[in-house]
Design a protein around this ligand. Sequence first.
Ligand SMILES: CN1c2c(nc(N)[nH]c2=O)NC[C@@H]1CNc1ccc(C(=O)N[C@@H](CCC(=O)N[C@@H](CCC(=O)N[C@@H](CCC(=O)O)C(=O)O)C(=O)O)C(=O)O)cc1
Ligand SMILES: N[C@@H](CCS)C(=O)O
Ligand SMILES: [Zn+2]
Length: 773
Amino acid sequence: MTKTAVFPTGTILGYPRIGPRRELKSAVEAFWAGTITADELESTAAGLRADIRERLTGLGLGRADSSIPETFSFYDQVLDALCTVGALPERFASLLGADGTIDLAAYFTLARGDGENPPLEMTKWFDSNYHYLVPEIGPETRFSLASDRIVREFVEAKQGGYLTRPVIVGPVTFLLLAKPSDAAPEGFLPLDRLRDLLPVYSELLGRLAEAGAEWVQLDEPGLVSESIPVPRATVLAALRHSTDTLGHLSTRPAIFVAAPYGSLDDAFPVLADAPIEAVGLDLVRGQTPFDLSGLGTKTLVAGVIDGHNVWRGDLNAAFDTAQAIAAQVAHLAVSTSTSLLHLPHSIDDEPALGDGLLSWLAFADQKVAQVTTLVRGLADGKAAISPDLAAAAAALQSRQDAPGVRDSSVRARAAALTGTDFTRGSYEHRVEAQDAALGLPALPTTTIGSFPQTTDIRRARAQHLRGTLSAEDYRGLMRAEIARVIALQEQIGLDVLVHGEPERNDMVQYFAENLEGFATTANGWVQSYGSRCTRPSILWGDVSRSAPISVDWASYAQSLTAKPVKGMLTGPVTILAWSFVREDQPLGDTARQVALALRDEIADLEAAGIQIVQVDEPALRELLPLKRANQAAYLDWSVGAFRLATAGVSAATQIHTHLCYSEFGVVIDAIRNLDADVTSIEAARSRMAVVADLGTSGFDHGIGPGVYDIHSPRIPSVAEVVDLLERALTALPERQLWVNPDCGLKTRGYAETVESLTNVLAATRQVRARVAG
Ligand SMILES: CN1c2c(nc(N)[nH]c2=O)NC[C@@H]1CNc1ccc(C(=O)N[C@@H](CCC(=O)N[C@@H](CCC(=O)N[C@@H](CCC(=O)O)C(=O)O)C(=O)O)C(=O)O)cc1
Ligand SMILES: N[C@@H](CCS)C(=O)O
Ligand SMILES: [Zn+2]
């Protein structure tokens, strides 16, 4: 059946849920610490949801026309969908209560593990720095409506006087993002379980309709990605089956399928044909399909306002696009291209940014206002919004001409680069020079860089920012922390030490604060995963380095020990990936500017006697375009930027890099092309599978596959680390192997860190003894 409900003329796909001052983080962490009850957490969350509805109404979205989406989550929307459909992995089967429901404590156990059972794996949500929890689906997975939270939130809104639009990850994307469970046979695809999953979605849609929901939003971004290894024909057949099944339900709300993060391509005609009522397109990343006539009476939800970036953008162009589409379709709604989850709340919270920069920006609230402006223009004519369009055009113009946006010396330096700036000497020669300089044992042990960021460290930084702790005292405290971390590593017996990164609020923001061309925010928090947030920096101008950044800290750490201390930098690709980056020039050009600034820093570290420099690139995989046609060009400039940053050093200086978040398969050639002397990667959760892949790809440089997962407080036993190292040695010669955790230790506590690293060292000694025969 086709529903007749009218879609609102303007909407957004989702809104940040952490609260303007990270209120949700504080409440959730208090619940975990046992200082507030589940009821108290629920009541804080209800308050945040009420605030969001009120704010969105104030910004012009309608109170009673389903234009406000309900996108609250305590942790993650994929985990929410998993709990809604009851798809618990076998190891967590007992989390399903006697009444067939999953409560809040059980929900968090899935995300964080329970000491014995590891949590669900976490990975990147499309090409963003948001992480979702990966469902594990096999033939044994049972589906049932195990949480009606979505219905309850709709009812809560209704009781508050709002007719909102419930949102859930759609069934196709839910299964596309899942991985086969341990029990699944070879070749099993989670998507094979669609037929068993759909009855639960059907039940949910029935419940929502009974509660009075007029619209439901099914998020299906899985349809736009070409990085998901499922044949396209299978995906399209699943989409057809899913929309047919849900569309033909006799009791359901009108269905809006949203497909953010790229173009739908051949999935568009399938949705246009389907018995649903609205289709959402990302018209910032994707293009308008040539032929929109197939939509018939369906609403086209045109994502013309960029939901993934903070620029105010070209409002005139957005209006023209919307107007052109309006002429082709029966119903048009204006929307953001993605959920606003990726943006901070409001520029009104950032007075320190200055009027110039602020006039170029739009955070979540300003994006909502842009949507409502366009809606007004479409209804009342362009003249009705001409002051808004003129202000937006003036802001764009002022940005183009502003000092710092183009720096001639930065541009001249980039223009003069030649091939040799991107290449080091032969690897064989480097190995010889580095062996002679460093004299490391077989299977050298190290860590990825950060040590626990304790409350004391963060408090000291907050006091320093507020002006209640002097720069000198702050420096003294950070130096004391560095001394403690060096002594601890000596005591544990690590071979290559780190200074622990205590002085860094974040591995990107810290560098942004110290480079020209960036601005950083005071309150611009964005959820990265669960309760963890970052304040992405804003890269608005040409980038350069006016003074050394990390050299003092690294030199101080090196002065405390005879062992080598790694200089620790964040790479150009990761700095871009975790910032909001200017969109007025190709990303590759911006990456080169950042790379040149880092190259200067590396030269200074080398001159100060630092023999090993690690340039982290955990986001290399994340920025990989979702469409295959764009991937080669990306890999070319991203690898080039890393090489440009690192190729200026002598043969004896050892360059390390670090990548995390698995799924390395597609970037394995790129990892090799980085030409780092040593690469540390996340490997514990995949039990070293990636090492075998690297081995067969001909990778012959140093490799440090992580021997334990730092995302959980679990302490690895000596035996399990020995087992992982022995596995690695079946795929790689001993001369290539380094020993390290999966990632940095900043989110862990000291006690567990010491115990874990002590076990890693004991395991390494055992394997070294075995290898030495
Ligand atoms: C490695 N990862 C990172 C990603 N992205 C980044 N930008 N950085 C990363 O390290 N992406 C992938 C992974 C996983 N993602 C994350 C993201 C975030 C964290 C994390 O631990 N975040 C912290 C906040 C870090 C920070 O900015 N700290 C500041 C501010 C500290 C603070 O909250 N201060 C309080 C006052 C404290 C007091 O008075 O006691 C305040 O301002 O209110 C700092 O250290 O100065 C988080 O807590 O969410 C990890 C991995
Ligand atoms: N050097 C960083 C890398 C994180 S991906 C750290 O150790 O935290
Ligand atoms: Zn990492």
